[in-house]
Design a protein around this ligand. Structure first.
Ligand SMILES: CC(C)(COP(=O)(O)OP(=O)(O)OC[C@H]1O[C@@H](n2cnc3c(N)ncnc32)[C@H](O)[C@@H]1OP(=O)(O)O)[C@@H](O)C(=O)NCCC(=O)NCCS
Length: 153
């Protein structure tokens, strides 16, 4: 991850801090450990990264391969979106991914994010050593709250 490797205490501090070290403002970037509720095992990480205005944020996620295809990606994606709209009061949430990344695309589609763009050869694929297409998904607060309201009645 961009923020590691660290020892356990440094990671706990990083996850739990409330003030941005650089700006001394309340933090706008949140990295979370993904933990299995039954065992407490850490199986991955995810985050939400707001812009300076606190208007728009980008999402990211990664899980250990042993835990793929159990619905955890969809669950954490939904919780990141809820956190962004309900608690951070964001207006728009988006995420880019490699267009070939079926799992990541499905996490977004299952959470009603809209595919808004395909950026041609915009994503550097380290494994394949080439530029590949990038898909961008997004959802607006008004859409998310409307869907929640419609489901509730
Ligand atoms: C993307 C990721 C978080 C998805 O997590 P997950 O817990 O497996 O997702 P879910 O179980 O909620 O599954 C969502 C869908 O993706 C599919 N899927 C998940 N991982 C997949 C994989 N590696 N290959 C093919 N399909 C996959 C599931 O089968 C499901 O498909 P469906 O909607 O057709 O039934 C996980 O695959 C991952 O950590 N990938 C590596 C990191 C990464 O790519 N991060 C995003 C960078 S933009």
């Amino acid at each position: 991850m961009a923020w590691g490797p660290n020892d356990e205490q440094a990671t706990r501090n990083f996850i739990s801090h409330t003030i941005d070290n650089a700006t001394r403002e309340p933090r706008r970037d949140f990295d979370f450990a993904v933990v299995l509720s039954e065992t407490g095992a850490v199986i991955g990480s995810c985050g939400i990264y707001a812009d300076d205005a606190g208007d728009t944020a980008e999402l990211g996620w990664i899980l250990h391969t042993d835990h793929w295809k159990h619905g955890y990606g969809t669950e954490l994606g939904g919780e990141l979106i809820r956190f962004g709209f309900e608690e951070l009061k964001l207006r728009r949430i988006f995420a880019p991914c490699a267009a070939v990344n079926y799992g990541s695309r499905r996490v977004m589609e299952r959470n009603n994010m809209r595919r808004e763009a395909t950026h041609v050869k915009a994503f550097w694929a380290r494994v394949d050593n080439e530029w590949i297409d990038e898909a961008v998904y997004a959802i607006l607060a008004e859409e998310w709250f409307r869907d929640r309201y419609v489901k509730a009645i």
